[in-house]
Design a protein around this ligand. Structure first.
Ligand code: PFF
Length: 488
């Protein structure tokens, strides 16, 4: 046993863990989704709600996950077996594995889009000469994204390239792979985003962007739909509910302070979401473009911004490099969850496990990439018209996988983890383990508050989010409650 324990890799320092965990949390969810949601849902008011969700559910659950991992020193499935042997709790680990598998399969496709735009921006391919009118030029730039995803060659190629990058990092192991790259990439990401914010600040007319993001529209937060949007976003953005933090926590030495690490990770994640908003909206406003373009904001609106901005090619390249870095450090955590399990349980060796799993996940991602391609003679496998029936409305393959993972597996996993720690593990054992490396926590009111949030409040709120995602309850735009919308 002692020898087995020695063999398990550990982070070199607490900072290494915090950077890797922040790397997992900071991802596509922060850089494109958060700013867009904030803009759509009342700016500053949404921000306030989001921060509230982070404190009431996000932070407690972050600590729950890291605690399970550090205590058990095992992968996501065996951690539950270690703490509660001979109980069915290990099944929660399998929900996590499934979520990791599903999320990585489509996450890599979207990360591939950022590789395409990194390449196109660096190469300057969409700076059309000004013999054509400005409007035509804008339309041409905006159309690049649609044309790109509706063809299959390049999206599939970039999907492969991105999965290969993930393999390279994860195959090198926790210390030489994940830790090494997180330590380089995370500070780089912060630096790049700060440079972008500074550049955008000096654009004429950027002021509108700041008021857009920070003006508080109080009416907006009385809409329950907005509350639940904020909750769901907090979950996905912090990488909670699937054991990414259990797995990363399992590489922590027992003497590290957990509450402090959890707070750092949550702050870093929130900071990058805010900073991304501060980089994107002022620029969009300076050029009178539409701020609520949703998924297209980053890939169709921002390229137009870059073509108009002095130094746009350089800053655009930096922007897409940031997006790629954010996506990569998140994707490796998704892959690590699955690799850690198969590597430890089936002893195939890390490199082989990583390669085999990444190939299987990559193959499963192909239909997601094809979900934007119309079927044609050249590509009969285009799946854009194939809608899979689902309660609450038929979905494309891409949307279905996203929905199953983000809206089913993550909240369900998070809910069960809260119940596990709050009701099954035993309060004394939980508090003893949580205060290892932070003795004050056992007797401090914050410790008691945390435990009660995990026991009562978080399960209740997560259950609400859960039934909302499945449209068991939903709300109209005016905020009226509806049951089973679109189910029958
Ligand atoms: N937190 C990532 C993001 O905001 O993009 C996504 C994610 C990564 C979710 C890892 C879950 C996970 F385990």
């Amino acid at each position: 046993r002692g020898i087995l324990y020695m063999k398990r890799e550990h982070w070199g320092s607490q900072l290494a863990f915090v950077l890797a965990a922040a790397g997992s949390a900071v991802g596509l969810g922060n850089i494109w989704k958060f700013p867009y949601l904030a803009g759509k849902n009342g700016g500053g008011a949404f921000l306030l709600l989001y921060v509230l969700c982070l404190i009431i559910v996000g932070l407690p659950l972050m600590l729950v996950e890291i605690l399970i991992g550090r205590t058990a020193q095992k992968n996501v499935v065996s951690s539950f077996r270690e703490i509660k042997p001979k109980s069915p709790w290990f099944l929660v680990g399998f929900i996590g594995l499934l979520a990791g598998f599903l999320i990585l399969s489509f996450y890599s496709v979207v990360a591939g889009w950022s590789l395409e735009f990194l390449y196109q921006t660096a190469a300057g391919t969409y700076w059309f000469d000004d013999t054509i009118s400005e409007q035509v030029r804008n339309d041409k730039v905006a159309a690049i994204f649609g044309n790109f995803i509706s063809d299959y060659h390049r999206p599939l190629m970039w999907h492969c390239v991105f999965m290969t990058l993930c393999i390279v990092v994860v195959a090198c192991g926790v210390k030489n792979g994940i830790e090494f790259w997180s330590k380089i990439l995370m500070p780089m990401l912060f630096g790049l985003v700060l440079i972008l914010i500074a550049r955008v600040y000096f654009l004429e007319g950027s002021g509108g962007g700041y008021s857009f993001l920070f003006s508080v529209n109080w009416k907006a937060i009385w809409n329950p739909k907005v509350v639940l949007d904020a909750m769901g976003q907090a979950f996905f953005s912090l990488s909670l509910g699937m054991g990414a933090m259990i797995t990363y926590g399992s590489y922590l030495d027992p003497e590290r302070s957990l509450p402090r690490s959890a707070v750092f990770v949550v702050i870093a994640d929130t900071a990058v979401a805010l900073l991304a908003g501060l980089a994107i909206f002022p620029a969009v406003f300076a050029f009178n473009l539409e701020p609520s373009a949703g998924p297209g904001l980053v890939f169709s609106t921002l390229p137009i911004v870059f073509t108009k901005m002095a130094g746009g090619r350089i800053f655009g390249t930096l922007f897409f490099a940031s997006l790629l870095i954010a996506a990569l450090t998140s994707a490796i955590s998704l892959l690590e969850v699955v690799v850690a399990y198969f590597n430890e349980e089936y002893k195939m060796g890390r490199v082989k496990t990583t390669v085999v799993l990444a190939i299987i996940i990559g193959l499963f991602g192909i239909p997601s990439a094809l979900s934007f391609v119309a079927p044609s003679a050249a590509c009969p496998l285009g799946m854009s018209q194939m809608k899979i029936p689902f309660p609450g409305g038929a979905k494309t393959f891409f949307d279905l996988v996203d929905h199953m993972a983000s809206n089913l597996c993550l909240p369900l996993g998070g809910l069960l983890m809260c119940i596990f720690v709050g009701w099954s593990w035993g309060k004394d054992k939980v508090m003893k383990s949580a205060s290892q490396g932070a003795e004050w926590f056992a007797t401090h009111p914050l410790g008691t508050i945390w435990f009660n949030l995990v026991r009562f409040v978080a399960p209740l709120i997560v259950t609400l989010v859960f039934i909302y995602s499945f449209k068991i309850i939903s709300f109209t735009n005016e905020g009226t409650l509806v049951f089973f919308k679109g189910w029958f």
